[in-house]
Ligand binder design. Structure first.
Ligand SMILES: [Ca+2]
Ligand SMILES: [Ca+2]
Length: 167
């Protein structure tokens, strides 16, 4: 394990509990200029909380940290003019390269959902929140698509369950 990841974990675990809570994660990411709502931090924890403790231990943190680094790399690869934000075509290329095959209506609707001020600029935190959504959408969809037909049939309760799992 990289020494600096372990050091970062210890710095984030302010109360020395050996676990990172949602509040500790939110504060630490904000220090790195990544401002996320508690809901997004909770989403991030949910994806990496393998033992379902509700918090992030050191081994879980290694994977979570790896994901953030990977998002950051993709973001900067597509921010060619170093503006600090991605335009919609940049985001399109970035999500394509991350393996999500969206059609135009799905892409535009999800872009609007993750650009609440509609300025068509995606800063790193917004881009990460968007990719979290896509990941959970893909995971949830695959959970229902047991036959691997790329098509699911949901009743209302299943739809609510699916939608709640994507955020
Ligand atoms: Ca803690
Ligand atoms: Ca955990």
């Amino acid at each position: 394990m990289a020494q600096n990841v372990q050091q970062w974990f210890m710095a984030v675990d302010v109360d020395r509990s050996g676990q990172i809570s949602v509040q500790e994660l939110q504060k630490a990411l904000a220090l790195g200029n990544l401002h996320f709502s508690l809901a997004v931090c909770r989403h991030l924890i949910r994806l990496y909380d393998k033992d379902q403790s509700g918090q992030i231990g050191l081994n879980e943190f290694v994977d979570l940290h790896g994901y953030l680094v990977q998002c950051q790399q993709t973001f900067y690869q597509h921010d060619r003019n170093r503006a600090g934000y991605l335009s919609p075509p940049d985001v399109w290329n970035a999500v394509q390269s991350a393996g999500y095959r969206l059609d135009t209506p799905a892409f535009e609707a999800s872009m609007r959902a993750f650009d609440p001020d509609r300025n068509a600029r995606f800063e790193l935190a917004e881009y990460i929140a968007f990719t979290l959504f896509l990941r959970s959408a893909a995971n949830t969809f695959q959970g229902f698509d047991q036959a691997r037909e790329s098509r699911v049939h949901l009743d209302f309760n299943q739809f609510v369950y699916a939608a709640a799992n994507c955020r």
